[in-house]
Design a protein. Structure first.
Length: 279
């Protein structure tokens, strides 16, 4: 099994010690351990604010007797691998199109359970303050995975920097570009490396998410332009498996993740980076 570098955070796993005069049988002890395990919900995630949301949800779930264990991974594949293999009950790190692409490539059976919030995505430029100032032949860094690339191209089309084939919407690829008046050149970059592309010479525009661009001290307010039309498919989702989507664990997780406590947390602490929560 693939090894991951994991930062495992136990959230809300309260251990109470009860002194008593009578001894318990081995069966009683075994049953107790099983009961505790059955009340633990393992959730894989990658970075903030997703990890923060899971921690807040854990406090809510604890009131109903559930313990949420957050497993923090270091890339955008591990959380899906963990859920698909059964090592985690669910994940909170991606949007539905990204999950669907994983299912297609890995022949997995992941299921989108509940959208939670929409991130403010857009393009950043270190050298230019207006679209008109972007020179011909400039390099533009976009994601190399199909789901995020299609979204990035749709945003460029909103700004009239390119024209896409009719009807492709946010599902387009570079091959679907029909007009490119500024003769922009495309740098297809892994999502985790887009922030590094921001400082590369000759790169005029870089697509990015708030959580990644924050690593170089930027926020959505610093973007040259942001996505105008919100596509609900790109909301960050709770994801589980086809075989556990109706389980008590996933129902409890969904209840905690859609609580007013989580909604208030997002609106209070992440309104600058995330659009209004959808829960």
């Amino acid at each position: 099994m693939k090894k991951w570098a994991l930062a495992v955070v136990m959230v809300g796993l309260g251990l109470s010690l009860v002194a008593c005069g009578s001894s318990k049988s081995k069966n009683d002890t075994s049953d107790s351990k099983t009961d505790k395990k059955d009340k633990v919900i393992t959730v894989a995630s990658q970075t903030t604010p997703m990890t923060d949301v899971v921690k807040v949800a854990a406090k809510v779930a604890k009131k109903d007797g559930w313990d949420i264990k957050l497993v923090q991974v270091t890339d955008n594949v591990a959380y899906n691998d963990m859920v698909a293999s059964g090592e985690a009950d669910a994940s909170f790190a991606e949007h539905k199109p990204y999950m669907e692409k994983y299912n297609s490539e890995k022949k997995a059976k992941l299921v989108a359970i509940q959208p939670i919030y929409n991130a403010k995505v857009g393009f950043y430029s270190k050298d230019y303050k207006s679209i008109d100032a972007i020179p011909e032949g400039s390099k533009v860094a976009i994601p190399n995975d199909p789901s995020n690339q299609g979204r990035a191209l749709a945003i460029l089309a909103e700004q009239k920097l390119i024209t896409l084939k009719s009807g492709v919407g946010a599902n387009g690829t570079i091959k679907d570009i029909t007009e490119n008046p500024k003769h922009l050149e495309w740098l297809q970059v892994d999502l985790l490396n887009l922030s590094a592309a921001y400082s590369e010479p000759g790169v005029a525009l870089v697509y990015n998410y708030p959580t990644y661009i924050a690593k170089i001290g930027l926020k959505p307010a610093d973007a040259l332009f942001l996505e105008k039309k919100i596509d609900g498919r790109f909301a960050i989702q709770v994801v589980a498996r086809q075989d556990n989507q109706d389980s008590d664990k996933i129902k409890a997780l969904k209840k905690a993740m859609t609580s007013s406590t989580v909604r208030d947390f997002l609106e209070k602490n992440h309104s600058a980076t995330d659009r209004k929560s959808v829960v």
